[in-house]
Design a protein around this ligand. Structure first.
Ligand SMILES: [Zn+2]
Length: 221
């Protein structure tokens, strides 16, 4: 497996045009590089800083994030025209779950989802349902952000920033209580139980929307 130290790239600073050397590892093993995992979660991993003039900018590239202990991999694929990475030749245990995301924020959130005991497919479904609920409740002219999952001190929670017309900024939160998770599991688990072997799957908003719409057309009671 390529090591972080072996993947140094030479970049040109967009401000001063001088040369900056940066490590851009194609594969990141979270078990071997916990500090790099932390940098992805706090959104500094993809930031390059110029040592000459102090300019900083973001560089996104195809990255395979592996967690051999929790047995998942996430392919960050900012350019959808680039092929999925091949995992067959890597000397890490066969992952049970393969996911693909397209930007740095989604990678940070997907890591938290995959590390969480709650199934990420249920999390995405809960996020979409919360989005629909808020969208239907807001007065016309309001603005919505995107729902984000995280585990707070009181358990798993979905946050959704919004700007309510005439009232200003607000943060909506949906706590995924055991009862709520049980209800989601009862409604959606029969539809999500099969994990496709070997293929990277995009489990995000579109996946959740299809799942919710299918469930509404085929109610199981
Ligand atoms: Zn510079």
């Amino acid at each position: 497996m390529p090591d972080a130290a072996l993947s140094l790239h030479t970049l040109t600073c967009p401000a001063c045009r001088r040369t900056v050397t940066q490590s851009l590892p194609p594969v990141l093993n979270a078990a071997l590089h916990p500090a790099e995992r932390e940098r992805i979660l706090n959104h500094s991993f993809f930031t390059v800083s110029c040592p000459h003039c102090g300019e900083s900018w973001e560089i996104l590239y195809n990255l395979l994030y592996c967690d051999p202990l929790r047995r998942f991999m996430i392919a960050l694929q900012p350019d959808t025209k680039m092929p999925f990475p091949s995992v067959s030749h890597m000397d890490i245990p066969t992952p049970e779950q393969l996911r693909v995301v397209h930007d740095a924020e989604d990678l940070a959130e997907k890591i938290q989802q995959m590390e969480d005991p709650v199934d990420d497919r249920l999390i995405e479904t809960a996020k979409y349902l919360f989005y629909l609920k808020i969208r239907n409740a807001l007065p016309p002219g309001s603005l919505m952000g995107m729902p984000v999952f995280h585990r707070g001190p009181e358990g798993p929670v979905i946050s959704l920033p919004m700007e309510i017309k005439g009232k200003g900024y607000a943060m909506g939160t949906d706590r995924l209580t055991p009862e709520r998770l049980q209800e989601l599991d009862r409604l959606y688990h029969p539809l999500i139980s099969a994990e496709l072997p070997g293929g990277f799957r995009e489990i995000g908003r579109d996946y959740a929307r299809r799942l919710v719409e299918f469930c509404r057309r085929n109610p199981t009671g």
